[in-house]
Design a protein around this ligand. Structure first.
Ligand SMILES: Cc1ncc(COP(=O)(O)O)c(C=O)c1O
Length: 373
């Protein structure tokens, strides 16, 4: 699915140099590299403020804490994402309201959001899944109409754009993950929050260090959500290469589209649909739909795995069906049929920037063989 050494090996000398600099100054916590990286990533995300944090999950948690969301509040979010997106809502004591997805893009369906809004709703967490922006114009319209804050979970979408604007810079707070397998991956856990609002920035800055503006005086409750200096220094190295990595992911996507087009014509699979307003898809995943049903999808996955081709089902269980959210299960109106169907159809193929052309041609060849032989 992904061989991280293909990205990290060529950067080894740069990592060693970054490491030796940190070792020299010994400022392992909130060292100068954190501030420098925040400046660079703010520029990359086209936002005035960025804060390096411990992970994408903590970025989301801090965003909710900064917006004062807690007990008695409801937060709308997609029913089709990684568990962290909704887990943070429950962790602050609020109720996640799961919204169905657009079956074409796998992102939250604006048409379904409005149906779920109640007077208790305080915010929407939008996920830009697989590297493609959600339909932000409609989402922002709805949010404005109901005084809802918008948090963007851009964990999978650094550098993706909606009508030319970088994701994370569109709503109130943008949250990114630098988990090693992400498009921009640290050498461990890391993340960032970005915002246009100084007030939110100041609040999150304090939340990041146990709610303290002045050392040992804690105005509000926070946590230890700091980004390690070392990770910041490694991320500085990688950020310089991010656009080149993205381009390679986009080229890999193009090759899959060419190689697998006949399978789409023959209604075996559906290739990822890119819609016009999502002006830059960064392909954290290349997720196809297998149209022959869940049994065929699972056989297809087993077949690829058996011949050494990595592939993964993101995600086999929609959020509204996860046991950890059992207490939020609703009646019929909580059902999200499009995300349930997606969980039975999706399969993500290797798309990472280090994938070689001959490997990709081999994958395409083997996929055709599965469906036609
Ligand atoms: C959509 C989404 N949200 C949140 C996260 C959580 O990020 P992290 O693993 O850095 O905590 C991830 C990471 O997998 C993700 O894909």
């Amino acid at each position: 699915m992904m061989d991280l050494s293909r990205q990290n090996e060529p950067l080894k000398e740069e990592f060693f140099f970054a490491f030796s600099k940190v070792l020299q100054h010994q400022k392992f916590i909130m060292g100068p590299e954190v501030l420098a990286f925040e400046d660079e990533i703010a520029r990359y995300c086209q936002t005035p403020f960025a804060l390096g944090v411990s992970s994408g999950t903590d970025a989301l948690l801090m965003a909710l804490m900064a917006l004062g969301i807690g007990e008695g509040d409801e937060v709308l979010t997609t029913s089709f994402s990684f568990v962290a997106t909704a887990g943070v809502i429950a962790r602050v004591g609020a109720t996640p309201l799961f919204v169905d997805i657009d079956p074409e893009t796998f992102n939250i369906s604006p048409a379904q959001i409005e149906k779920k809004i109640s007077s208790k709703c305080k915010a929407i967490i939008v996920v830009h899944l697989f590297g493609q922006s959600a339909e932000m114009d409609s989402i922002l319209d709805i949010a404005r109409g109901h005084q809802l804050r918008v948090i963007e979970d851009a964990a999978q979408s650094i550098g993706a754009e909606y009508k030319g604007i970088r994701v994370g810079a569109i709503g109130d707070i943008g949250c990114f993950s630098f988990f090693p397998g992400k498009n921009l991956g640290a050498l461990g856990d890391a993340g960032v929050v970005v915002t246009k609002e100084r007030e939110l920035y100041e609040k999150m800055k304090s939340i990041r260090v146990h709610g303290a503006k002045k050392k040992y005086y804690h105005d509000i409750l926070g946590g230890n959500f700091r980004l390690d200096t070392l990770q910041a220094s490694f991320l500085q190295v990688k950020l310089r290469h991010l656009d080149e990595y993205t381009l390679r992911r986009q080229e890999n996507a193009k090759l899959y589209r060419q190689g697998l087009s006949q399978l789409q014509v023959d209604s075996k699979i559906q290739l990822p649909i890119v819609y016009e307003k999502a002006s830059r898809h960064v392909y954290n995943q290349f997720t196809i739909k297998c149209l022959g049903g869940v049994k065929e999808r699972d056989q297809f996955k087993d077949y690829l795995n058996a011949i050494g081709i990595g592939c993964e089902v993101y995600y086999p269980c929609p959020l509204h069906k996860q046991q950890c959210f059992e207490k939020f299960y609703g009646d019929d109106d909580q059902l999200c049929p499009c995300s349930e169907l997606a969980s039975e159809q999706v399969l993500s193929l290797p798309i990472y920037e280090g994938l070689k052309k001959e490997e990709q041609n081999y994958i395409i060849e083997k996929i055709k063989r599965f469906f036609y032989d």
